[in-house]
Design a protein. Structure first.
Ligand SMILES: NC(=O)c1ccc[n+]([C@@H]2O[C@H](COP(=O)([O-])OP(=O)(O)OC[C@H]3O[C@@H](n4cnc5c(N)ncnc54)[C@H](OP(=O)(O)O)[C@@H]3O)[C@@H](O)[C@H]2O)c1
Length: 270
């Protein structure tokens, strides 16, 4: 199948980088009005700067859409002539529903809606995807291989879950960065120099994430228990952090619920 990418910014660029790194002989048609990043200067990349040029020459079997949600409608309208009824539309735009693409391209257009997150830029992303009724298992497997180049990929069967997915893995990196900030502030509150406290907090999150990655079969709860000696300092800390009334579990539920609510509100406006 021939692949095209529309929008080669942060997220589209991460995808293209992964596609090129796979090392195959596939050719990628890329529509991007600006210059391409240096890694994309490659004989396997056809760069189109205008939709007119793209529509004239490109006939992709799968069209990956990676422009900002607010410019998605005009971008799609300009590409209609390059899209056949069987062309697979793959969108990574936040909040854009499958139905919104079928309004433009046709009610039976096969569409995959995917939600990546920012670590995709370094190949450590978490992408979740959902397919419209017309997408075959074979097409899902094929697209999955191309979407999965930025990290891990999971599928959901129900599009309504995409707001929940966005609230956990889409927005999740920001929660972890907030954790670094608050841990560093807490270190200052017990006497650490701000610079040192930030180094400790940041490296601790990096190290803990790497440990979790190196041991995928061990549940997070066990990883936590492994570093919690009975009667020790970590146990004393976790009694506060995971305390039923005050702390983290309830805060995280409210955090994720707020993101879901905002996602639903934005979805109604789209
Ligand atoms: N970044 C993330 O963490 C993230 C996470 C999840 C999902 N997403 C989704 O990924 C999509 C892209 O986000 P991004 O952060 O990668 O944005 P971005 O860096 O701004 O990239 C978008 C690219 O598309 C180009 N573009 C604009 N209009 C176009 C058109 N009509 N045809 C072709 N290309 C066009 C832009 O060029 P100009 O700069 O010249 O306008 C830019 O290079 C969004 O829909 C977003 O919701 C992003």
């Amino acid at each position: 199948m021939t692949l095209a990418l529309v929008g080669c910014g942060k997220m589209g660029g991460a995808l293209l980088r992964g596609w090129l790194a796979r090392g195959g002989h596939e050719v990628f048609d890329v529509l991007e009005p600006g210059d391409l990043p240096s890694f994309a200067i490659d004989p396997r990349v056809n760069h189109f700067k205008t939709a007119t040029d793209f529509v004239e020459k490109a006939r992709p079997e799968a069209l990956f859409l990676a422009v900002k949600p607010q410019v998605m409608d005009p971008a799609c309208e300009a590409l209609r002539a390059a899209v056949a009824p069987q062309t697979l539309i793959v969108s990574i735009a936040a909040g854009r529903t499958i139905e919104s693409f079928q309004r433009i391209f046709g009610v039976d257009q096969p569409v995959i809606r995917a939600m990546p997150n920012t670590p995709a830029a370094i190949g450590k992303g978490m992408t979740v995807a959902v397919a419209s009724g017309g997408v075959s298992e074979e097409q899902k497997a094929w697209v999955g291989a191309w979407l999965g180049v930025t990290g891990r990929l999971e599928w959901v069967a129900d599009e309504a879950l995409m707001d929940a997915v966005t609230a956990v893995s889409g927005s999740g990196p920001a929660y972890v960065f907030a954790l670094i900030e608050t841990l560093a502030q807490a270190g200052e509150s017990v006497g650490l120099d701000p610079v040192l406290s930030m180094i400790l907090a940041r490296q601790t999150i990096i190290g803990a994430a790497a440990l979790a990655e190196s041991d995928p079969g061990t549940p997070a709860e066990s990883l936590r228990r492994n570093v919690t000696s009975p009667g020790g300092t970590t146990e004393a800390a976790l009694e506060v952090l995971l305390d039923e009334t005050a702390a983290l579990p309830d805060l995280m539920i409210r955090t994720v619920a707020a993101a879901v609510a905002r996602g639903q509100a934005l979805g109604q406006k789209a």
